[in-house]
Write a protein that binds this ligand. Sequence first.
Ligand code: F3S
Length: 413
Amino acid sequence: MDLTNEEKRILDGREGEPQRLALHVLVKLGEACGAERMVEIASAHLVASSYQIAGEAGIDIYSQLVAQGARVKVRTTSDPGSIDFVRWREFKTPAEYAARQGKIAELLDQMGVIPTWTCTPYTTFNVPRFGDHLGWSESSAVVFVNSVIGARTNRLAAYVDLCAALTGRVPCFGLHLPENRRGEILFELTPDLCADFADHFFPALGYLVGQTVGDKVPVILGLSRATFDQLKAFGAASAASGSVALYHMVGITPEARSLEEACGGRLPAERIVVGRREIVAVMEQMGAAAEGPVDVVGIGCPHASIDQMRRYAALLEGRRVHAGTELWVCTNVVVEEMARKMGYAQTIERAGAKLMVGTCHNDCPLGAWDFRRLVTDSGKFAYYTPTTVGTECVFASTEACIQAAITGKVVRP
Ligand code: F3S
């Protein structure tokens, strides 16, 4: 790779051992992926902030780095941890486990990481601009900042993200290069589907797109509008069922003002038509046809926005969660504070639901609960929870999720 004088100095160890080691890892990665140079980044986001992901090895690595004086070089935020730092006892997290997550928090703090504990850092504290190069992990965040903001990052692995944070650069390959950001597979939505495109179709469409394209760049044609939260839900699902790190929605996302722009002037050879039948089929695959009792309902994946909190509060106003069912709303501490100021958090809690802050069902140890069936409006939860939580998973609209929490059972729509 063609390295700058500064990079050569770092590799010589003149900026300290943590930077030397981090840049060494990034150079090896760049060489393996055909990068010709490094690119400076505006920010980093770390997924190995969770004890479930980092484990004892992470604590060892972070302890060594801290002892060597490691400090992040660019704005760096943390993904959800494996505990709600305030309510971990309520979520039946073992005390020793909570202490180990606390140790990671302490070490990240010493390296200068902003403790956001969220998968939506792009809403506060770490807001990229169009065209910024980034060193981010967390699949749902990567797909959002690439697609909806037009920033540029690959899906970094745990610890590679920390190398980016420590050096302020990443190898320039993949989605850092304009030629790799062109749409590769076209999904054309039928007019009858678009005319009545429901909120929960976004995660379902994301799920379908992800499992179809793998890591290619999909282009969605047919929708004329989508909210911030709908784009967030679509991307998270596509990044879970597949490895999508960038999508284009024609007329909606910034690199897709037209179909030609989304595809870099060359229309994809592969074109897939999606109608109501395909959406219904993928929802059935996500468990939408199941019926019966529900142990736990999970909403707020990716972490709920203030708009979503307002919606949950309106749906729960004056109602009560069923005695045998848990309703957990995942969000971050900034949204929680705002939701409390606005009274939404109190309404949600008064109904018997729990706010799960700075973590989520997928990151927490939930063995003590013995859950069997989870209902969710998230495509990402629908994909992962059968493995991570060990439950059967039922995908439903947000309204149906709340209804399932109130009645303690889910019914086929
Ligand atoms: Fe975030 Fe957890 Fe979902 S990390 S994207 S709430 S699985």
